[in-house]
Design a protein around this ligand. Structure first.
Ligand SMILES: Cc1cc2nc3c(=O)[nH]c(=O)nc-3n(C[C@H](O)[C@H](O)[C@H](O)COP(=O)(O)OP(=O)(O)OC[C@H]3O[C@@H](n4cnc5c(N)ncnc54)[C@H](O)[C@@H]3O)c2cc1C
Length: 590
């Protein structure tokens, strides 16, 4: 008999006479989640003509010719926050929680793609590989075969680099990667580059070949000013025509189906959320992202035994690492009103053109541990078009969070605690980073471009204003017109309407105020990862082996950003696609 969600309720279907019958096995592999990793797997596994693959995605499909305009846009600011493409009930804690009970409810939203392509359909399109040392550490942490030498062939396999060639690049992969070079940079980008050079940093045109300190054009996954998501790149018309590949969009998976300790399929929900069909397969792959994949395991009884028992979930495999080790890059920022000549040229709509990597030099921190992104257009609305932002983030953070459950109910989002800045070294680096940004703003060229810099963050208020609506367009249009007025009026508005009291000068003059500001406003940059990390068989906190197989059960793998042992020193989309490419090879070899 097949056991259902969490291994507790029978899932075999009653026939017309009310007898239980087994659901036929018609798929070899079911992939749960058509995101950055899921689309790669669907393509690669179905390329073997006899292997029957079912890809189930909760969000809408983006078939060729019918990809929504806001998804295709090179400027991602409308897709980022669209409720049509996100898990809108997800709430998270960013800062460490006080230890006393009761715990405050998580009031803050956190974007996670709910659309074919997942994060790759709504993200900022930045396409970086990270530091070779990241992967050497993965191997040292027990992920055999995942050192730089082991992953480079897959970074090459996924890309069609439109600018560079040579032994580190490929011209034939499914994700085009391009850059905007200095000739077409906006006024802000050019001034930022001059300021970086004046601060002693060199220009490196190819960030994906050299992982060193310096500034560079930012690579992005895009061709001819159109986003190329994992769905667009890997679920192309030819792939979609394969008889052995079934796509099931707008279908939410409720949970895993078991026979004993073996996973034999999944149960999907009917549109009204009630119990639905069971789909059987020889193996199930969770590619539901770093917040939802561990939640599936926990609800199925795979995770820390004490936590599961506390929720009345029967323990199938005691894996203490499930949901632990949650990584994110903590970030803070300085924004400014852009002088007219510094604004984005509508002919080159990319909002992030140049960035900088540098070393904090803080004791105990690795080299090249910081990143600055320069943004020429901070949001889709009239005010966003006139605001430039310098984001600064810790590329190699020490703080770790966790994903747990509040309830065994499959409808409920998991409890997510990022614990940002729980390691003091992350706070110290952001504080020093703000000082670095404040000094940069004193550079003559930047001073001419960036009027009245102020400390900023992706606060809940900013997230709400960044949702596309007529009301937000009207309010920001009005504010933007006033901000274009005389300097004293602008400074008044910045202090009283935007920052609500904080000023860059004030924070720079008072370490206590700076620390308080950063603690209060720190956010992540949507790089949730590492919650089902792969590792060696004798590592008690490893959740999967190096091919994504979940320990303690059969027929189940995790393949997505969850399996990273540690977050990469870069944005996480291209590393996730690389993981899926490499694991697809391992699965094929099995
Ligand atoms: C707003 C935003 C901006 C970002 N910017 C960048 C950037 O510029 N560059 C970069 O490199 N990275 C960026 N990232 C991060 C990057 O996109 C992610 O790390 C990456 O997409 C993770 O891939 P994944 O396959 O692990 O998960 P996802 O791509 O999130 O895929 C998981 C999929 O599973 C589906 N799913 C979950 N639960 C269920 C269920 N119960 N039933 C059915 N389907 C389910 C989801 O709907 C989703 O489509 C950004 C992310 C976001 C959200």
């Amino acid at each position: 008999m097949v056991q259902g969600v969490g291994g507790s309720s029978p899932l075999s279907r009653p026939n017309d006479f009310g007898d239980a019958v087994d659901v036929p096995m018609i798929h070899d592999t079911i992939i749960v989640g058509g995101g950055s990793a899921g689309c790669v797997l669907a393509n690669r596994l179905s390329a073997r003509g006899t292997h029957r693959v079912l890809l189930i995605e909760a969000g809408p499909d983006t078939p060729p010719g019918r990809v929504p305009e806001d998804v295709l846009d090179s400027f991602p600011g409308r897709a980022y926050f669209s409720p049509a493409y996100n898990w809108t009930d997800l709430r998270v804690h960013l800062q460490p929680l006080p230890h006393n009970e009761p715990r405050p409810p998580a009031e803050r939203g956190y974007e996670q793609g709910r659309i074919m392509g997942g994060g790759s359909s709504i993200n900022g399109q930045i396409a970086l590989r990270g530091d070779p040392a990241d992967y050497d550490r993965w191997q040292a942490m027990g992920a055999r075969g995942w050192n730089w030498e082991g992953v480079l062939p897959y970074f090459k396999k996924l890309e069609r680099d439109m600018d560079f060639d040579g032994p580190h690049h490929n011209k034939e992969g499914r994700i085009p990667i391009r850059r905007l070079f200095p000739e077409v940079w906006s006024g802000q980008s050019r001034a930022a580059a001059e300021a970086f050079a004046a601060a002693g940093y060199e220009y490196h045109p190819d960030m994906n070949e050299d992982f060193v300190e310096g500034y560079a054009p930012v690579p992005f996954s895009n061709a001819y000013d159109r986003r190329v998501s994992a769905a667009i790149g890997y679920l192309d018309p030819v792939t979609r025509q394969r008889d052995n590949l079934t796509l099931m969009p707008e279908t939410r998976v409720k949970g895993l189906a078991f026979e004993g300790r073996k996973v034999v399929g999944v149960e999907v929900a009917n549109t009204d959320g009630s119990g639905g069909e069971v789909h059987r397969a020889a193996q199930v792959i969770l590619s539901s992202g770093a917040l939802h994949s561990p939640a599936f395991l926990l609800r199925a009884g795979i995770g820390p035994a004490a936590h599961l028992r506390g929720l009345g979930i029967e323990v199938l495999a005691d894996l203490p690492g499930v949901g632990q080790n949650l990584c994110e890059h903590p970030i803070t920022a300085v924004s400014s009103y852009l002088a007219r000549e510094a604004r984005l040229d509508p002919r080159t709509p990319r909002h992030i053109q140049v960035n900088l990597r540098y070393s904090s030099g803080l004791e105990g921190c690795p080299p090249v541990d910081m990143q600055v992104n320069t943004i020429q257009r901070s949001a889709w609305h009239p005010l966003g078009k006139r605001l430039g932002t310098f984001q600064i983030w810790v590329n190699k953070p020490f703080s770790r969070g966790q994903v747990t459950l509040n309830t065994s109910d499959w409808r409920a989002e998991p409890e997510v605690e990022f614990n940002l800045l729980s390691d003091r070294r992350d706070l110290d680096r952001l504080m020093a980073g703000m000082g670095f940004l404040a000094e940069l703003m004193e550079h003559d060229g930047l001073k001419r471009c960036l009027l009245d810099p102020f400390p900023s963050s992706y606060s809940e208020r900013v997230r709400n204003v960044n949702k596309v609506s007529f009301k937000n367009w009207l309010a920001t249009g009005f504010l933007s017109t006033l901000m274009g007025g005389p300097g004293p009026l602008r400074r008044f508005l910045v202090k009283n309407v935007i920052t609500q009291g904080d000023t860059l000068k004030g924070l720079m003059a008072d370490d206590g105020a700076l620390e308080a500001f950063i603690r209060k406003t720190v956010t992540g940059i949507w790089h949730a990862s590492c919650t089902c990390r792969m590792g060696a068989p004798d590592d008690p906190l490893a959740v999967t082996d190096e091919a994504g197989r979940v320990r303690g059960v059969e027929g189940l793998r995790v393949v997505d950003a969850s399996v990273m042992p540690e977050v990469t020193a870069c944005n996480t989309n291209i590393p996730t696609i690389m993981i899926a490419e490499k694991m697809a090879d391992a699965i094929g070899a099995d």
